[in-house]
Design a protein around this ligand. Sequence first.
Ligand code: C2E
Ligand code: MG
Ligand code: MG
Ligand code: MG
Length: 280
Amino acid sequence: RSKDAGGGIFHAYEPQLHAAAEERRVLEIALRSALKNDQLHLLYQPVVDAGTGALKGFEALLRWTHPEFGVISPAKFVPLAEDARLIAPIGEWVLRTACNEAAKWKDDIRVAVNVSPEQLHSPNFVNMVAQTLAQSGLSADRLELEVTESVFLREGTGTVQVLDRLIDLGVRLSLDDFGTGYSPLGNLSRTRFSTIKIDRAFVQDAARNVREAVAIVRAVVALADSLGMATTAEGVESEEEHLMIQRLGCTRAQGYFFGRPLPVEEARGLATGDRASRAA
Ligand code: C2E
Ligand code: MG
Ligand code: MG
Ligand code: MG
């Protein structure tokens, strides 16, 4: 069918689009019940000191195991949850689960939780975070909330105020996937981020000695240093990549080279130093 013949509204009837919409609808209904039916769980990926390799914390990563479709990636269902207005309850479940878990860990191990823009802008978000911290007993400075630069794309929604109120609670903020999106450096001066997470793409290219990538990582580390922020290199997969980001002065590192996202019991074993629970 040509565009001319179809026009705007007829596009909706193209079989392919119809299939995609149908799939979305099916997934959306399934997602609604996933929360109730215990189909969501978190994996915890180690974050280490880039110099010493010592464990510093874990990033909580959401997984959905659907009875028919199997494990569905957050990259696929988080946008769906945002559209379906399910991100607030799902995000609340993630935060509660991660805080309750981290409260069991040694008190020098932090937990990082991803927050989507839609969730950050949902009413009552800051109060929900405060309540969750209080109920879990986790001290605020052990919680790190990760947001991407896209939170700043919505002007007039009070983003900076929400972030300031989170900082007032004592939680740390990380700027996730730095360098992949819309990145005016001014965003760094609008909010006191604790950490800039340098996207895997730069880590990869820097280790291959791509000149621009090396220069960018070096500049981001210098910028972070002078603003009193830490840097985390994301997606470090090899020793070469580790050596490069170490040489470039990144504070922390995360990636398959140090550890895959782990089931909760395994993470707990590492986070409590309890080898028995590691084997469990
Ligand atoms: P992210 O926050 O940037 O998380 C890092 C992603 O990189 C994770 O993918 C992780 O499994 C993957 N990764 C870690 N190390 C390596 C590595 O060495 N190599 C490669 N190639 N990949 C690595 P995952 O778990 O599939 O999550 C994808 C994205 O989904 C996350 O990106 C985050 O934006 C989002 N997400 C995950 N959990 C949540 C959640 O609870 N809430 C929200 N709103 N978003 C979430
Ligand atoms: Mg993240
Ligand atoms: Mg990231
Ligand atoms: Mg990333």
